[in-house]
Ligand binder design. Structure first.
Ligand SMILES: C[C@](O)(CO)[C@H](O)COP(=O)(O)OP(=O)(O)OC[C@H]1O[C@@H](n2ccc(N)nc2=O)[C@H](O)[C@@H]1O
Ligand SMILES: Nc1ncnc2c1ncn2[C@@H]1O[C@H](COP(=O)(O)OP(=O)(O)OP(=O)(O)O)[C@@H](O)[C@H]1O
Length: 308
C-alpha cells in the first residue's frame, strides 16, 4: 500500500504596499537604470493573491483600479509564475486571482507586490521549497521593487533597488495617502529626473544617517525631518497639481509630505491616527486629490495566509 501525497489545491498570499522614506538616485547607468540608496517601508495596504492548479496560466483581477491592470501575459504576476516554472522545470500551471487594494501606477509598487506574492504562492503550490536567496534572484529579474515586497518591514535597497538589507526600525507610523486617478509611468519620471539634472554632477547615492538613527529609536519627528525623494521634483514637474496638495497637507498638520516613489501618490506622515483623520477631512473638502487611504507601518512582507 502506498501513502497518498496530499496535493495543495489553493494558496493565498497577502502582500503590502511600500513607500520610500528616502530615495536617493545616482547618475544614469549604461543599462538604463540608476543606482539607488533607498529606504523602503511597508504599509498595511494589502493585495491578496490566490493561486490554484489549472491547465494554463491565467490572471483575473478585482478590486481597486481593476480596469487599469492587464490580465494577459504582461501582468507582472503572470510573468512571475511563468518565470518560476521555466527556471525550475515545473510543468504544472495555475490560475492567479488578484484582489487589489494597492493603488495602480501610484508609486506604491502594486505590480511588484503581486509578482512577489505570486512567487511565494507558486513556491508553496508546487512544493519547490526555495530558499530566500533563490526567490530574491528571480524577484530581481522581474523588477527592481520586487525583492523588497518579499521582505517587507523597513529595508535599505541598493543597486537598482534590488539588493535588500533589513533595517532596524521601532515604532509604528501613521500615514495618509492622497491618490490621483491618473497614474505616472516610472520610466518617464526617471527620464524627467535626468532631464532636470542635465549638466549637474550627480554623486553616488548614500542613505542618510539621520533617517536610520530615527528609525532605530522610533522617533517620528526625526523620520519626518529626514524623509527625502530625489524623484519628487520630476513627479511635480510632470504633475504640478501635486504641489498645492502637499502644501495644504503641511499647513494642516502633516509632519511631512512626500511623493511616494515615482508618484503621483502623496504620502503624509502624521503624529497619530486622529491627526490623519482630521487631515483627510480638510483635504477632501479642498478637492485636491481623487481619493485617500489611511495606513500604518507593517513589519510584514509577502505572507502565506491559507494553504488548502
Ligand atoms: C521608483 C521606485 O518604485 C522606487 O522604489 C523603483 O525604482 C521603480 O522600480 P520598478 O517599478 O520595479 O522598476 P523596474 O521595472 O525595475 O524598471 C522600470 C524602469 O524604471 C527605471 N528605473 C528603475 C529602477 C532604477 N533603479 N532606475 C531606473 O532608471 C528604468 O527606466 C526602468 O526601465
Ligand atoms: N499585477 C499588476 N498590478 C498592477 N499593475 C500591473 C500589474 N501587472 C502589470 N501592471 C502594469 O504596471 C503598471 C504599473 O503599475 P504599478 O501599480 O506596479 O505601478 P507603481 O506602483 O507605480 O510601480 P512602482 O512603484 O514599482 O514603480 C500599470 O500601469 C499596469 O498596467
Amino acid at each position: 500500500m502506498t501513502a497518498e501525497i496530499a496535493r495543495v489545491t489553493r494558496v493565498v498570499v497577502r502582500v503590502p504596499a511600500k513607500v520610500n522614506l528616502e530615495l536617493r538616485v545616482g547618475p544614469l547607468r549604461d543599462d538604463g537604470f540608476h543606482d539607488l540608496a533607498t529606504t523602503f517601508h511597508a504599509v498595511d495596504i494589502f493585495d491578496e493573491v490566490t493561486v490554484t492548479p489549472d491547465a494554463e496560466f491565467s490572471v483575473s483581477v478585482t478590486g481597486v483600479g481593476e480596469d487599469k491592470v492587464p490580465t494577459d501575459e504582461t501582468n507582472l504576476a503572470y510573468r512571475a509564475a511563468a518565470l518560476l516554472a521555466e527556471r525550475f522545470d515545473v510543468e504544472e500551471r495555475c490560475a492567479i486571482s488578484i484582489v487589489k487594494a494597492i493603488p495602480v501606477a501610484g508609486g506604491m509598487a502594486g505590480g511588484s507586490a503581486d509578482a512577489a506574492a505570486t512567487l511565494v504562492a507558486c513556491d508553496t503550490l508546487w512544493g519547490l521549497g526555495l530558499r530566500r536567496h533563490e526567490l530574491e534572484e528571480i524577484a530581481a529579474e522581474l523588477g527592481s521593487d520586487v525583492p523588497f515586497a518579499l521582505t517587507g518591514g523597513t529595508a535599505l535597497g541598493t543597486g537598482r533597488g534590488e539588493h535588500i538589507v533589513p533595517v532596524l526600525a521601532t515604532g509604528t507610523f501613521e500615514w495618509l495617502f492622497a491618490l490621483t486617478h491618473e497614474g505616472l509611468s516610472t520610466p518617464s519620471v526617471y527620464a524627467e529626473c535626468d532631464r532636470l539634472r542635465e549638466g549637474e554632477d550627480v554623486p553616488e547615492p548614500q542613505p542618510s544617517d539621520g533617517l536610520l538613527a530615527s528609525l532605530r529609536s522610533g522617533d517620528v519627528h526625526g523620520v519626518a525631518l529626514a524623509m527625502h525623494n530625489d524623484l519628487e521634483s520630476a513627479a511635480l514637474s510632470l504633475m504640478p497639481s501635486l504641489r498645492p496638495l502637499m502644501e495644504m497637507g503641511l499647513e494642516m498638520g502633516a509632519l511631512c509630505a512626500l511623493v511616494s516613489g515615482s508618484g503621483p501618490t502623496v504620502a503624509f506622515l502624521l503624529k497619530d491616527r486622529q491627526d490623519a483623520v482630521a487631515l483627510r477631512r480638510v483635504l477632501e473638502a479642498g478637492g485636491l486629490a481623487d481619493d485617500f487611504v489611511h495606513a500604518s507601518s507593517t513589519p510584514h512582507g509577502a505572507q502565506v495566509l491559507v494553504v488548502d
